[in-house]
Design a protein around this ligand. Structure first.
Ligand code: ATP
Ligand code: MN
Length: 471
């Protein structure tokens, strides 16, 4: 085995494919996608290492000492190290190929049992082999686009002076007062300590109190925004809702900027610029992968992303949106009336059919939104906003926060929340309160939208959904 493993002088496939590499001696490691043998006394190996969608072609001549004994046993999935020279390729498909001086095999993959033999395996089947699906073109491309989106997100905020804040994953507060949460406990489920009145004795639990996995880092982000002005969180969040849809996960990543001295209009502008920057970065930096998604997954995805980068998002109030829906003549499964929570079919009508671009709906009825959203003067609506995009529907949810102590306390009481529990949240309004606003972007919905992948379970490495957490 090579003694050079781990050295940084290893060449990546993406570099070997570049015509600038012609003439260079290189060492390259990866997994074989195909082997083709020629009677003329050589074989071609196609190698992929995840650095790009494309494979590099390696020419292995029969005169190599291990040609018969090893190279002719290499199949799809085998791992190899190639040493050789990058040469101009006579083939039309690629500019370069590698002429091998040596081919070493790290490990073979038995063609009879390797699950990725066949092309065109279904997404459902690939979910059952989440440990191997990153080796397919589709999942490699998803991983690279997801990575680009994360980079773009950090760049966007870092270049604007936002501070990255880490919200806790285990939380003592039920953030939204509504969302269903996963409990965190070390209790033996067969023998849960009880108090005299038979209620659970959480004082004996690990944290001495009930705790849950967070559904959002927003409240913690508010704490930091009311000290550092502009902050963002970026971490995993958990929802124990039984939503078996192609747009919901039980564990997903959320990006939550929070801005002090900012109102809803400022919040909308940041959200719009943010989404445009992300999609523009994907188009600019993931050309090969996006070409693939456009050919194989969704023929409109590049056009859709370009449209978003160039469009001005539509802004309209919930009341106006309801009006549009009532007058549009469509029949919806869920009938529309002022006060209902907009369903996915309504959101999609607005963004796909009516406006054909992203739509920001704001000023929702207070009864369908969280307690912390700022109450409007009409006493009926709150300064909430949802950003809706075609196919995915809601991609961002946000609001201007209620900064008036008395109004917030009243809203919490109306929502049946214990104001004592939120003493620290109320303190932010007691001491130097400021107007502030923020939103949450779902990372997976963003990746889903950017790639055109139809199911959200295929844009996160190891999806967690109801009855599904196998890997
Ligand atoms: P929805 O109505 O679509 O269930 P929500 O209103 O519950 O979403 P928010 O609490 O506003 O969602 O969360 C902010 C963002 O996080 C959403 O706009 C969406 O992009 C993402 N998101 C929310 N729930 C999920 C989920 N279960 N799986 C993946 N992403 C989610
Ligand atoms: Mn929402």
């Amino acid at each position: 085995m090579s003694t050079k493993l781990g050295e940084l002088n290893q060449t990546k496939v993406v570099e070997a494919l570049n015509a600038n590499s012609i003439g260079k001696s290189i060492r390259l490691c990866g997994w074989v996608r195909t082997r083709r043998d020629s009677k003329a006394g050589f074989s071609f190996l196609e190698i992929n290492d995840g650095s790009t969608l494309k494979n590099v072609q390696v020419l292995a001549e029969a005169k190599l000492p291990n040609y018969e004994s090893e190279i002719l046993k290499i199949g799809i999935g085998s791992s190899v190290e190639i040493e050789g020279t990058v040469v101009a390729s006579p083939g039309k498909e690629q500019a370069t190929e590698i002429k091998a001086d040596s081919v070493k095999v790290f490990g073979y993959a038995d063609p009879l049992t390797y699950p990725l033999q066949k092309k065109g395996t279904s997404m459902e089947f690939l979910r059952t082999i989440a440990h191997l699906r990153p080796r397919t073109n589709t999942f490699g491309a998803v991983a690279r686009v997801r990575n680009e989106i994360c980079k773009s997100i950090h760049n966007f905020f870092q270049s604007r002076g936002f501070i990255y804040v880490h919200a806790p994953i285990i939380t003592g507060s039920d953030c939204e007062g509504a969302g269903q949460m996963f409990k965190v406990t070390t209790f033996d489920l067969l023998d849960v300590p009880r108090k005299e009145d038979k209620s659970i004795d959480f004082e004996q639990d690990f944290f001495g109190r009930p705790t849950n996995l967070t559904v959002s880092g927003q409240l913690e982000a508010e704490i930091y925004a009311t000290a550092l002005t502009n902050v963002y969180t970026f971490g995993p969040t958990f929802r124990a809702e039984n939503s078996n849809t192609s747009r919901h996960l039980s564990e997903f990543w959320m990006i939550e900027p929070e801005m002090a001295f900012c109102n809803l209009e400022g919040n909308m502008s940041v959200a719009e610029e943010f989404l445009k920057t992300i999609f523009n970065d994907v188009l600019t930096n993931c050309g090969t992968d996006m070409q693939f998604f456009n050919e194989r997954i969704d023929k409109t995805v590049i056009e859709t992303l370009k449209g978003i980068v160039e469009s001005d998002f539509v802004r309209l109030s919930y009341t106006e949106a309801v009006d549009v829906l009532l007058k549009c003549g469509e029949t919806f499964e869920f009938p529309v009336s002022w006060g209902i929570d907009l369903q996915s079919e309504h959101e999609r009508y607005l963004t796909e059919k009516k406006f054909k671009k992203p739509v920001i709906v704001c000023d929702y009825p207070k009864d369908i939104k969280a307690f912390y959203m700022r109450l409007n003067d009409d006493n009926k609506t709150v300064r909430a906003m949802d950003v809706l995009v075609p196919k995915v529907g809601e991609i961002i949810g946000g609001s201007q926060r209620e900064e008036r102590l008395d109004v917030l306390e009243q809203r919490m009481k109306d929502a049946g929340l214990d104001t004592e529990e939120y003493w620290w949240y109320l303190d932010l309004r007691r001491f130097g309160t400021v107007p502030h606003a923020g939103f949450g972007l779902g990372l997976e919905r963003t990746v889903q939208f950017a790639t055109g992948m139809s199911n959200i379970r295929d844009v996160i490495p190891f999806p967690r959904a109801p009855k599904s957490a196998d890997f």
